[in-house]
Design a protein around this ligand. Structure first.
Ligand SMILES: [Cu+2]
Length: 363
C-alpha cells in the first residue's frame, strides 16, 4: 500500500463528489458507509460524544461534537462538510473537513455498493479520501473502507488506514452495529479505533438515532482512523487517551424538493395531486416500513397511488434521473399518485428509509 499514491488517486477522482451514510440503520457509528442523500435533500447529522473523567477529577465531562451537513445533487453525488471542535492537530483548533461523495456503484436492489469520498481537511491541510464498500444481504450489512491522508493531523508522512464494520437489523426499527479501524503504519500513539451501538428509526418521523460507545472523538476520515486523545485541563496540559466515550447521533433530512420542483426535470410522467380519489390502476400500501407490493405492473398512461398506512412519513423516490418526479414526505394516512406515460421499469425507494424498495413496470 502506498498511502500517498492512494490519497492522490482519491483526490483526482474529485469532480463529481459525494457523501454518505445518512441513515443509521445502514451504517455503523464510525463508518459513513456508501449511502448518498437524494437530490434536493440537505442532511444534518448531529453527533455528540462525551468523556467522563474519573472520580479523582470530580467526574468532569468533556464534550466532543461532530456536525455533518450534506447536500444531495443529481447523479448520486453529495457535497458536504464535517465540523468538530476538538481537532487532534497540534493547535487543537476547530476541525473542518470538506468532502464530496460519489456513489459509483450500487442501486437500490444491488447487494454491493461502492462510494468514493475525496476530502480536504482544512486544519491538517491534508488531502484525504475514502473508498467504501457495502455488502447487504437481508438483515446484514458488512462495510469496509480504505482511507488515505497526505498529512494526517497536520504531520507528514502520508498514511493509509483500513476500516470494517457490520450492521445487524433486528427488525425494521432497531439494529446493532459495530466497527474497527486502524492505520496501516501506526506510530506509538495511534491505537485502533472502535465503536459499538444501537441504531434506531424513530417512529412517526424521518429521523434515526444512534446510541453508542467508541474511543473516537472526532468523526472525520482522520479522526475515526485511530483512538482519540485530547487535552485534559483537569490534569494540566497533557494528552488523555479516549478509552471509552459515550455518544449519540441524530439524523435530520430537510427535503427541499417539496418547495423546489425544479430539482426534477419531469420525464415521461406527471404527479397527480395527493389525495385525488379513484383513477388509480394500482395501489401500493406503505406499511411496517415496507412497500407491501414491491413490484407492480400497469399500462402506459395509468396512475399508481401509494397509501401510507404507517405511523411515520415515507417518500416515493425514483432512482433513475429520467424517472417521474418523486413525492414529498407523505404523512401518515396520506397518499400520493403518479402517472406513468412511458413504458419501462421504474425502481424507487423511500428517502428516510432506503431499505424500503419497489419497482413499477409500465407496459
Ligand atoms: Cu419510509
Amino acid at each position: 500500500m502506498r498511502p500517498r499514491a492512494l490519497g492522490l488517486l482519491l483526490g483526482l477522482v474529485a469532480v463529481p463528489l459525494a457523501l454518505g451514510g445518512q441513515l443509521r440503520l445502514d451504517r455503523t457509528p464510525n463508518l459513513s458507509g456508501t449511502w448518498v442523500v437524494d437530490p434536493g435533500v440537505l442532511q444534518f447529522n448531529f453527533l455528540h460524544r462525551f468523556y467522563v473523567f474519573p472520580a479523582a477529577q470530580q467526574h468532569a465531562v468533556a464534550n466532543f461534537p461532530t456536525f455533518t451537513f450534506a447536500l444531495g445533487l443529481p447523479a448520486r453525488v453529495n457535497l458536504g462538510t464535517r465540523y468538530s471542535t476538538h481537532s487532534e492537530t497540534p493547535d487543537h483548533g476547530n476541525e473542518i473537513e470538506l468532502y464530496g461523495r460519489w456513489r459509483v456503484l450500487g442501486g437500490p436492489t444491488a447487494p454491493v455498493a461502492v462510494s468514493v469520498t475525496p476530502a480536504w481537511n482544512a486544519i491538517a491541510r491534508s488531502a484525504d479520501g475514502e473508498l467504501s464498500l457495502d455488502w447487504t444481504h437481508a438483515r446484514y450489512t458488512l462495510s469496509g473502507a480504505v482511507r488515505g491522508m497526505t498529512k494526517p493531523f497536520g504531520a507528514k508522512p502520508a498514511k493509509a488506514a483500513l476500516a470494517g464494520g457490520a450492521v445487524i437489523r433486528l427488525n425494521n426499527y432497531v439494529a446493532v452495529a459495530g466497527d474497527v479501524a486502524s492505520f496501516l503504519s501506526p506510530d506509538s500513539t495511534q491505537k485502533a479505533a472502535w465503536s459499538a451501538g444501537i441504531q434506531v428509526v424513530i417512529p412517526g418521523s424521518p429521523h434515526t438515532f444512534s446510541l453508542h460507545a467508541s474511543n473516537v472523538t472526532v468523526n472525520t476520515i482522520e479522526g475515526s482512523s485511530k483512538r482519540g486523545s485530547f487535552s485534559s485541563k483537569q490534569g494540566g496540559v497533557r494528552r488523555v487517551a479516549a478509552n471509552v466515550l459515550y455518544g449519540f447521533e441524530f439524523t435530520i433530512p430537510f427535503h427541499f424538493k417539496r418547495f423546489a420542483p425544479w430539482f426534477h426535470s419531469g420525464g415521461g410522467a406527471k404527479a397527480v395531486a395527493a389525495g385525488e380519489p379513484g383513477a388509480a390502476a394500482a395501489t401500493v400500501r406503505m406499511a411496517q416500513l415496507k412497500f407491501q407490493a414491491d413490484s407492480i405492473a400497469i399500462g402506459a398512461g395509468q396512475i399508481v397511488r401509494w397509501v401510507n398506512a404507517d405511523p411515520l412519513e415515507h417518500t416515493v423516490t425514483f432512482d433513475a434521473p429520467d424517472a417521474p418526479p418523486g413525492s414529498p414526505l407523505i404523512p401518515m394516512g396520506g397518499s400520493y399518485g403518479v402517472r406513468f406515460d412511458k413504458p419501462g421499469a421504474y425502481t424507487y425507494h423511500c428517502t428516510p428509509h432506503p431499505f424500503m424498495k419497489g419497482v413499477v413496470v409500465v407496459k
